[in-house]
Design a protein around this ligand. Sequence first.
Ligand SMILES: Nc1ncnc2c1ncn2[C@@H]1O[C@H](COP(=O)(O)OP(=O)(O)OP(=O)(O)O)[C@@H](O)[C@H]1O
Length: 511
Amino acid sequence: MKKEQEENKESVPVLPWMRSPIQVDSFSNCPLDKVPMLDSRLAVALQSSGIGSLFAVQLAVWHETIGPGSFERDLCINSPTGSGKTLAYALPIVQMLSTRAVKYLRALVVLPTRDLALQVKEVFNTIAPAMGLSVGLAVGQSSIADEISELIKRPKLEAGICYDPEDLSEELQSSVDILVATPGRLMDHINNTKGFTLEHLHYLVVDETDRLLREAYQSWLPTVLQLTRSSGGSLFPHAENFVPTTFGSIKTTRRMGVERGFKGKSYPRLVKMILSATLTQDPSKLAQLELHHPLFMTAGKIRYQFPEQMQLFKVICEPNFKPLYLVALLQSLHGEKSIVFTSSVESTQRLCALLKFFGDLNIKIKEYSGVQRQALRSKTLKAFRAGEVQVVVSTDAMTRGMDVEGVRNVINYDAPPYIKTFIHRAGRTARAGLVGRCFTLLHKDEERRFKKLLKKADNNSCSGHSITPDSLDPLRSVYASALAKLKESVESETYKKRKAGIRLSHMGKRY
Ligand SMILES: Nc1ncnc2c1ncn2[C@@H]1O[C@H](COP(=O)(O)OP(=O)(O)OP(=O)(O)O)[C@@H](O)[C@H]1O
């Protein structure tokens, strides 16, 4: 409810700087050889990963960073799902850091989940090595010891000499220039890892900002800002080791009324880039980021947008027969890669079990949710990416940012509760300018609410998609037996759980 109020309240931005944004859609795709000042090594790396031109948002951000904008302002980017926001920030950061003389941790990218962080690291991996830069990951995928050995370089010690551990910690150095992290593991390293420091940080990217700002995660944001804040003298004591590029440096002139006390003075500062397809416009939330003379970049007039190539459909289902409609719909899609979203872990588990009891549907279906082990989630994603799995039934754990090539359909098995959820779920398809379809299964009495929800977004025309009796009727008897099997399996599981619970409570009494 609170989120819904926020969505309505924010339709006209309160903050003056948000009312005159840079319109991203006034830019168009630009071939790499026409991108001003793009390092030729970067162009080669991009081309070898199949990228021949920059998308609109990438060019717009390039303009404000490497181009005339010269990283003068912090960037707040609201651009639709699949429009290429990751490269939009990765490219200028990599190009800027390529001239660095000494290796320090200079760029930090924070994401809300492990899978997203892994994905973003892959993007950096396609361009950073070509520029001599290394990228690290702090997400808790491996043990903390393994992660530390990836992130921190130890000095080579001479055999036979006794070293004071305190002296050694002074000599520890970062092995990476860019770190992609989730807040929890980031805080672990800040608090406990010897040699891990943010004192040389020049770039902070907060991807999926609205989601990250909603969660406090051990006060990660105030901590990062505190650790990178000026302490009176030079903001970055080792800034002299950072050689500014010929394209513009991150030395910036503070403006009066923006940061008091720095009028006319120029010095390096922490550059922030925040991004989302549904960027918050709430002043109190944005204030937490302590933005420097922020520049708002957005695509289109309405904040919530479905990708242009997205087709929206609603499927009206008979009461109690939604699973039947889902199966008929999946069959009509003939094994195209699809994601089915449900409203909860329990709903995901039950729907997956029910689909299995339907017998051989000729479609490989897997479950994905936040309560699964990371290894299992990664395995599912890998199989889905490879096309070995055609349908993933997921909770909203897959809603944001996940980029799986070839997803043609998103199916809202349970209607999305908020427009933000709808935008992010639907945005798993129709990415990078490709076509995609989003189906929402509804009961008749949900239709009005759904219509209201859609009105909040641009590109919102939604057609009816009917599932014909021809495709439903042959499935009815299988459905009845699948339901009976599910009921049986749920009852046996409940019985087992209850029994285990009784045993545990007995043990509790005994010990
Ligand atoms: N210039 C480009 N040319 C071709 N493909 C691109 C280009 N830039 C990005 N892509 C591809 O577009 C897809 C979407 O990019 P990305 O994941 O960065 O989108 P996004 O805007 O961050 O989406 P979301 O809001 O859902 O996180 C990816 O598969 C990426 O490889």
